[in-house]
Design a protein around this ligand. Structure first.
Ligand code: ATP
Length: 328
């Protein structure tokens, strides 16, 4: 890690500490994530963990997409420290929203959601599930564009053994899809699109949509907000570990979502309610959401277009740059 001069700490979470740093060779400002237990000047000799390998592999798969933070390198040092070097982006959406203190107008929310959905569509096409989308894990660059970060919970969906269940719980509570709250271990990319629905609501309202205090409180809030009609007639429902919970038996009023967002256009509400469909098989995928009129009929297409021409196949727009010393 002698190539990087550590500047200030910019974040800390469950999996590691993130520092702003300067690449001594190029002068570029980068973000260095040190896996908890690794070292950045204070090595404790731990091994590069499986988690870091997975995070680096998922980031590398998505590298080059403008809505995904760019991985520059993954390092192991002699002492067993483990680091991810990324482009330095800027503050998180969570920080920006806290400082801003008011909701985003619908046109801005649409521009931001287009970028997030475009990134999600690309990662899902590549078989990557993020599994921890939330405003803290979306960064805002100097142009006001968004980049998804923190692939610490991510994994590849493709190629898994059919018998191997996914981990549950994943996703920070407030953004956790109902099937996860009900204990599903056979979920898919729609857990990410639920989280994106929660983020969309937060951009439009200026406050979290479903700030639960416990898993059961979270489930209660989900059902009280979007109703249960569509969930309980889902064929997979009765196989969910918590389907027998009294919370699922209680009768609920229909969805309150529309009354919570009265000034949102019909096209905007179509996307919001589609992302927040309780039943996962009726929830919009990222690709489907991007085909809805809210995006396709945008009034100002010239200023509201995605930053890459296409995210199918390899998105070549920003591929390049120095993927130096990838050691994964
Ligand atoms: N490339 C980057 N550029 C700028 N800031 C970053 C970058 N990567 C991470 N950060 C900052 O560091 C914080 C923590 O990073 P990250 O989410 O990857 O760590 P974590 O340990 O997995 O956190 P958590 O447990 O909260 O999910 C982010 O919320 C963000 O504020």
């Amino acid at each position: 890690m002698e190539h990087y001069e550590r500047l200030e700490k910019i974040g800390e979470g469950a999996s590691g500490v993130v520092y702003k740093a300067r690449d001594r060779r190029t002068g570029a400002t980068v973000a260095v994530k040190r896996l908890r237990g690794g070292g950045f000047g204070d090595d404790d000799g731990s091994q590069l963990s499986e988690d870091l390998l997975r995070e680096a592999a998922c980031l590398e798969a998505c590298r080059g997409h403008p809505s995904v933070v760019e991985l520059r390198a993954a390092h192991r040092d002699g002492a067993g420290g483990a680091f991810l070097v990324m482009e330095y982006v800027g503050p998180s959406v969570a920080q920006v929203m806290r400082e801003r203190g008011r909701p985003f107008p619908e046109a801005d929310a649409r521009r931001l959601m287009r970028q997030l959905l475009d990134g999600a569509r690309a990662m899902h096409d590549l078989g990557v599930l993020h599994r921890d989308l939330k405003p803290d894990n979306v960064l805002v660059d100097a142009h006001g564009d968004l980049k998804i970060c923190d692939f610490g919970m991510s994994r590849f969906a493709a190629g898994r053994a059919a018998t191997k269940p996914y981990t549950s719980p994943v996703v920070t509570l407030w953004y956790r899809a109902p099937e996860l709250l009900l204990g599903s271990t056979e979920y898919d990319a729609r857990v990410d699109t639920w989280a994106l629905g929660c983020i969309m609501a937060e951009l439009l309202a200026g406050a979290p949509l479903l700030p639960g205090r416990s898993e059961m409180d979270q489930l209660n809030r989900v059902f009280d907000t979007v109703g249960t009609d569509d969930m309980t007639d889902w064929p997979g429902f009765c196989r969910l570990p918590r389907a027998g919970s009294p919370l699922c038996q209680r009768s609920r009023p229909p969805s309150r979502l529309r009354e919570m967002f009265p000034s949102l256009s019909a096209a905007g509400f179509d996307v919001l309610s589609g992302l927040l469909a309780c039943r996962p098989d009726r929830r919009l995928s990222a690709a489907e959401a991007l085909r809805r009129p809210w995006f396709t009929d945008a009034e100002s297409p010239d200023v509201d277009q995605p930053r890459s021409a296409s995210c199918g196949g390899r998105f070549t727009v920003r591929v390049g740059g120095a993927a130096d010393a990838i050691v994964v």
